[in-house]
Write a protein of this length. Structure first.
Length: 221
């Protein structure tokens, strides 16, 4: 369950990121971060394939986002697993355990533009090297601008969060976060489809009748 608490943090923090819009500029790392945020602020909805790596574990799914703060992941690996955030409640369904984990969004977890402000408060932004694009990984012909968000205090869930950004589209290609125990959480985003007319109905989740429900799992022991 701790793994899914961190995935839940990802979903909420990422929703907070995409629903904020700031002033434009490409001078400092903070300004580049703001420029990317402004790009996401223009997006009404998108879908993307996501490859997710948690340590040595690989997962794969389809991400759907609707402005201002709805997100859903339907997994093909593991099959039938789902994570849904409808702006008010986070739902995680784990079919192998027939578990349904839920978390109501309150003043601390609500994914709004204020969430990004909190994230910026606890993480400082820098370029990994510079704003010059670099290969996504060794041997790759795909180039990205890489930002690193470093935690300001030891109480944060991740030591750092690394964003690899397509320099042309200003869309996040890869998001990597590393815990104090050096466990990495990596999201690879592939094949964005933007502004396709996604509706709120997409975020209605039909709970399997046999699922065992656990409420407010993010704050449980």
């Amino acid at each position: 369950m701790p793994m899914f608490k961190k995935i839940a943090f990802f979903i909420l923090a990422f929703c907070a990121f995409v629903c904020a819009a700031f002033s434009q500029g490409i001078v400092t790392a903070n300004e580049y971060f703001n420029l990317v945020s402004e790009k996401y602020g223009t997006i009404k909805d998108y879908e993307s394939t996501a490859n997710i790596f948690i340590g040595e574990r690989r997962m794969r799914g389809r991400i759907t986002y609707l402005s201002p703060n709805m997100m859903r992941i339907d997994f093909s690996e593991p099959a039938n697993q789902a994570i849904v955030f409808d702006g008010k409640k986070l739902i995680v369904y784990l079919p192998e355990n027939a578990m349904l984990l839920t978390q109501d969004a309150n003043s601390e977890t609500m994914a709004t533009s204020e969430g990004l402000s909190l994230m910026r408060r606890y993480y400082s932004v820098s370029y990994e090297t510079s704003q010059t694009p670099v290969p996504l990984e060794e041997g790759s012909s795909e180039e990205v601008v890489r930002l690193v968000l470093w935690r300001r205090t030891t109480s944060e869930a991740f030591r750092y969060i690394k964003l690899s950004i397509n320099p042309n589209t200003k869309m996040i290609r890869r998001l990597e976060a590393v815990t104090p125990a050096n466990v990495s959480y990596i999201f690879d985003f592939l094949g964005y489809e933007i502004n396709q007319g996604v509706t709120e109905q997409r975020f209605k989740y039909d709970v399997p009748s046999a699922a065992n429900a656990y409420d407010n799992f993010m704050f449980s022991q």
